[in-house]
Design a binder for this molecule. Structure first.
Ligand SMILES: *[C@@H]1O[C@H](CO)[C@@H](O)[C@H](O)[C@H]1NC(C)=O
Ligand SMILES: *[C@@H]1O[C@H](CO)[C@@H](O)[C@H](O)[C@H]1NC(C)=O
Ligand SMILES: *[C@@H]1O[C@H](CO)[C@@H](O)[C@H](O)[C@H]1NC(C)=O
Ligand SMILES: *[C@@H]1O[C@H](CO)[C@@H](O)[C@H](O)[C@H]1NC(C)=O
Ligand SMILES: *[C@@H]1O[C@H](CO)[C@@H](O)[C@H](O)[C@H]1NC(C)=O
Ligand SMILES: *[C@@H]1O[C@H](CO)[C@@H](O)[C@H](O)[C@H]1NC(C)=O
Ligand SMILES: *[C@@H]1O[C@H](CO)[C@@H](O)[C@H](O)[C@H]1NC(C)=O
Length: 629
C-alpha cells in the first residue's frame, strides 16, 4: 500500500484559481472521520447535517467485505440493514459469502436524529477495542469516534460486552439535488488509490456533481481511505457498479476470460496485417501483467524485472522481455524513471486532472495517465488508430502494478471545463469554435465507426472525454469503454453490463442493453446539447428527466420558438450566435436523441451537416465582423 496511490486528485492547474462557486451540500470532512483524539466543535464529523428535502429517505452505504463481516447475514447485522434487501441489491442469494475486499452495497433507512442524518445499528464492545478501532477498522469509517461518543452515555465507560448504539453516516438529497434528479446518496467508502473521479465513474455519475455534493472543488479534491464520500445517484445502485476496477473498465468481460479468447483470435484472423504481431503481444502483455500482478503482488517495474532476473523467476522474466519487445514495435516503452523526470516525480503541480499528469519528454509536452487495472482495450484500439480527431497514444510504461499511458498533449484541456465553467477566467468558446469542435468530434467518431477494421464504438462520449488542443480542435479521448463491432451487422447482442455515463446513455442501451453505433450518436446529440446550452445534461432536464426531446420540442414545435431559443442557449452565446443556425443545430440534436435508434442519423450524416453548419457559421462571423458589431 503506497500513500502515493491516492495523490491529490484534481488540480486543474490551467484555470483554477478564480473558480469559487461552492454549492456544497455536505462537506467532506476528510480524515476527521478517524481523528479520534481531536474532539470538538467540527460538528459535521458527527454526521451529515439534516439539510435535505426530506427528514428520512432510502439511502445506501458501501462496505468492503472482511472476515468475519463477509456474508449477507453478518454484514446486514453489523450495519442494521435488511438481509433480503441487501442480497437483492447485490444480486446474490441470502446465504452468500463475499470474497474479501468485495465492495458490498448496503441499503438503509436514513433519518434525522436531531441535527444529523443517521441510520442506527448496535455493536457489542469486544475485548481490547477502542472507539477508534470500532469506527475505523470494524465499521471502516462509516461512523466516527465523535458520533459514537455523542450517542452513548458515559462514553468513557467501555468494557467488553457493553452494547453500543452506533450511528452510521448517511444522508438524504437536498432540494438542490432533488431538482437535478438526484434520488439517492450513497456513502461510498473511499479505498486506497481512489479519487473523486474514479468513485464517480464507478457509479456513472458526473464528476462535478460529486464534487459539489461534498463541498469539494477542483483544487481541493483530495480524499482519504476509510472516509465516506457522498456519491449522488439518479437511480438505485446496482451490483454491476461494484465489480472490481479491472472488470469494471473492460466490459463485457476481461480479455483473459474464456469467452473472449475467442475474440482475440477473431482479431488476429480479421487481422490488422502489419500490426498483428504487435497487437497480440500487447494483449498478452496486458493479460500477463494483470495476472502477474495478481499472483505475485510484487513491486517490479518492467525494466527492473528484465534487468534483475532474480533466480526462480527466470521463465517469467523471459516471457516479460518478449512482451516488452512486442509492445516496443508499436509504442515506445518508457522507463518509469523517464516519466518521473518528466513530471518532477509526479508532483502535484504537474497534475492535470484525475490521474493524468503533464510531462515534458524530450522537450515536448505529453499527458501521462496512470491507470489501474486492465488497459488492453484502449491500447489495442489506439494501436490501430491514427487520426487527428482521436487522441494519440505515444507510449506506455509499467511500474508497481500500474500502467502509465503517454498521450499527445491537449493544451486546452477537456471540453467540459469550457462549457460548464464558461466565462470564468475569460474561458469562452465562440459559436464557431463550438461548431468546429462538434465537427471534429463527429469526424473522430465517424473514423471509429466506419474506417477502423473492425469498426468500433466509443460508448462513453461526454464532454470530459473530448480534449481540446492548442487551436481548440477537438480530439476524442478515453477509449476505455470502446468496443469493437464485429461482423456486418450494426447491432450487438444484448449485454448485461451497463457502463457509461448517465444522461449520455441511449434508452435502448439502458433498457435492453442494445449496443450499436447509434449509442454514440445519442451521446453525441447530448454533447451538442450541452455545447449549445452551456449546461450539464442533468441541468437541462427538469421534472420529466428521462425526456430530453420534450425540452427540445418546446423550442422546435412552437411559433414562439425563436423567443424561447434565447433562454435556451448558453447565456454567453445569446447575442453571439446566428439564430437560424442555432435552430438547425437543435434540430440535429433532436434527431440524434430520437428514442428509436433506427431514426437517428449516422455519424457520417452528422459530419456532412456539421461541415455545412461550420461553413455558414464562418460566413456569419465574417459578416458580423464587417458590420462592426
Ligand atoms: C442551491 O443552489 C443555489 C443556486 O444554484 C445556491 O445559490 C444555493 O446556495 C444552493 N443551496 C445549497 C444548500 O447548496
Ligand atoms: C465549503 O467549503 C468552503 C471552503 O472550501 C467553506 O468556506 C464552506 O464553509 C464549506 N461549506 C460547508 C457547508 O461546510
Ligand atoms: C420526499 O417525500 C415525498 C413525500 O413523502 C416523496 O414524494 C419524495 O419522493 C421524497 N423525496 C426524496 C428525495 O426522497
Ligand atoms: C426500511 O423501511 C422500509 C419501509 O418503511 C421497511 O420495509 C424496511 O424493512 C426498513 N429497513 C430496515 C433495515 O429497517
Ligand atoms: C444457498 O442457497 C441456495 C438456495 O437458496 C442453495 O441452492 C445453495 O446451495 C446455498 N449455497 C450454500 C453455499 O449454502
Ligand atoms: C437512532 O438513535 C438516535 C439516538 O438514540 C435516536 O434519536 C433516533 O431516533 C434513532 N433513529 C431511528 C430511526 O431509530
Ligand atoms: C483503518 O482501518 C484499516 C482497515 O482495517 C487499516 O488498514 C488502517 O490502517 C486503519 N487506519 C489507521 C489510521 O489505523
Amino acid at each position: 500500500m503506497h500513500l502515493s496511490a491516492f495523490t491529490p486528485i484534481i488540480t486543474f492547474t490551467l484555470f483554477i484559481h478564480s473558480f469559487s462557486v461552492i454549492l456544497g451540500q455536505q462537506p467532506y470532512i476528510g480524515l476527521g472521520t478517524v481523528a479520534c483524539p481531536r474532539r470538538g466543535n467540527k460538528n459535521s464529523i458527527r454526521g451529515y447535517t439534516c439539510n435535505g428535502a426530506n427528514r428520512s429517505c432510502q439511502a445506501y452505504l458501501t462496505f468492503r467485505s472482511q472476515p468475519i463481516y463477509n456474508s449477507v447475514s453478518t454484514i446486514s447485522t453489523l450495519l442494521g440493514s435488511d438481509p433480503s434487501q441487501l442480497a437483492k441489491i447485490n444480486s446474490v442469494s441470502l446465504n452468500e459469502t463475499f470474497e474479501t475486499d468485495k465492495l458490498v452495497l448496503v441499503p438503509v433507512n436514513c433519518s434525522c436524529a436531531g441535527e444529523y442524518y443517521q441510520t442506527n445499528t448496535s455493536y457489542v464492545f469486544q475485548n481490547a477495542e477502542t472507539y477508534f478501532l470500532i469506527a475505523n477498522n470494524t465499521f471502516e469509517g462509516l461512523t466516527t469516534c465523535q458520533a459514537l461518543e455523542n450517542q452513548n452515555h458515559n462514553p468513557a465507560d467501555i468494557y467488553p460486552g457493553r452494547k453500543l448504539s452506533v450511528p452510521l453516516r448517511c444522508a438524504c438529497p437536498t432540494k438542490n439535488q432533488t431538482e437535478k434528479g438526484i434520488k439517492y446518496l450513497i456513502s461510498y467508502l473511499v479505498n486506497w488509490g481512489d479519487s473523486v473521479s474514479l468513485a464517480s465513474a464507478k457509479f456513472g455519475v458526473n464528476y462535478m456533481t460529486t464534487l459539489e455534493a461534498n463541498n469539494l472543488t477542483l483544487t481541493h479534491s483530495t480524499i482519504y481511505p476509510f472516509t465516506t464520500l457522498l456519491v449522488p445517484l439518479h437511480d438505485k445502485p446496482s451490483s454491476f457498479q461494484t465489480v472490481s476496477p479491472s472488470q469494471n473498465t473492460s466490459p463485457p468481460s476481461p480479455p483473459y476470460s474464456d469467452q473472449s479468447s475467442n475474440k482475440t483470435r477473431v482479431y488476429v484472423v480479421v487481422g490488422v496485417s502489419v500490426g498483428a504481431s504487435a497487437l497480440i503481444s500487447v494483449l498478452t502483455a496486458v493479460i500477463f501483467f494483470t495476472r502477474y500482478r495478481k499472483s505475485q503482488k510484487q513491486d517490479d517495474s518492467v525494466s527492473e524485472a528484465i534487468e534483475k532476473k532474480p533466480q526462480g523467476k527466470k521463465k517469467v522474466d523471459e516471457k516479460l522481455s518478449e512482451i516488452i519487445s512486442g509492445i516496443a514495435q508499436s509504442f515506445k516503452v518508457y522507463g518509469f524513471e523517464e516519466l518521473q523526470r518528466a513530471t518532477d516525480n509526479f508532483s502535484p503541480s504537474f497534475l492535470i486532472k484525475g490521474s493524468v499528469y503533464r510531462g515534458v519528454i524530450n522537450g515536448d509536452l505529453a499527458a501521462i495517465k496512470q491507470v489501474e487495472g486492465d488497459v488492453s482495450k484502449e491500447i489495442e484500439i489506439l494501436n490501430k488508430i491514427n487520426h487527428s480527431n482521436v487522441i494519440r497514444l505515444s507510449g506506455v510504461s509499467f511500474h508497481e502494478g500500474r500502467w502509465y499511458l503517454v498521450y499527445e498533449y491537449a493544451a486546452n484541456g477537456a471540453l467540459s471545463e469550457w462549457i460548464y465553467f464558461n466565462n470564468m477566467d475569460g474561458k469562452f468558446l465562440s459559436w464557431t469554435q463550438r461548431m468546429q469542435i462538434a465537427l471534429d468530434v463527429a469526424t473522430g467518431l465517424d473514423y471509429l465507426h466506419s474506417f477502423t477494421s473492425p469498426p468500433h464504438i466509443h460508448k462513453d462520449i461526454q464532454s470530459s472525454n473530448i480534449l481540446l488542443d492548442n487551436d481548440f480542435r477537438g480530439k476524442v479521448a478515453n477509449l476505455n469503454l470502446a468496443r469493437c463491432l464485429e461482423g456486418a451487422e450494426d447491432q450487438f447482442p444484448a449485454t448485461r453490463h451497463i457502463v457509461g455515463t448517465r444522461g449520455y446513455m441511449a434508452p435502448e442501451y439502458l433498457e435492453n442493453g442494445l449496443v450499436s453505433t447509434k449509442l454514440d450518436v445519442y451521446a453525441f446529440g447530448v454533447l451538442m446539447l450541452e455545447m449549445v446550452t452551456g449546461k450539464e445534461v442533468a441541468a437541462n432536464l427538469t421534472e420529466d428527466e428521462t425526456n430530453l426531446s420534450q425540452v427540445l420540442s418546446a423550442i422546435l414545435g412552437e411559433e414562439s420558438g425563436q423567443e424561447r431559443l434565447k433562454d435556451f442557449v448558453d447565456p454567453s452565446l445569446r447575442e453571439n450566435c446566428p439564430p437560424e443556425l442555432a435552430m438547425f443545430v437543435i434540430q440535429m440534436i433532436d434527431e440524434c436523441i430520437n428514442r428509436d435508434p433506427a431514426s437517428r442519423p449516422s455519424v457520417h450524416d452528422m459530419v456532412q451537416s456539421l461541415s455545412r453548419t461550420l461553413n455558414s457559421s464562418l460566413s456569419w462571423e465574417k459578416s458580423v465582423k464587417i458590420s462592426g458589431k
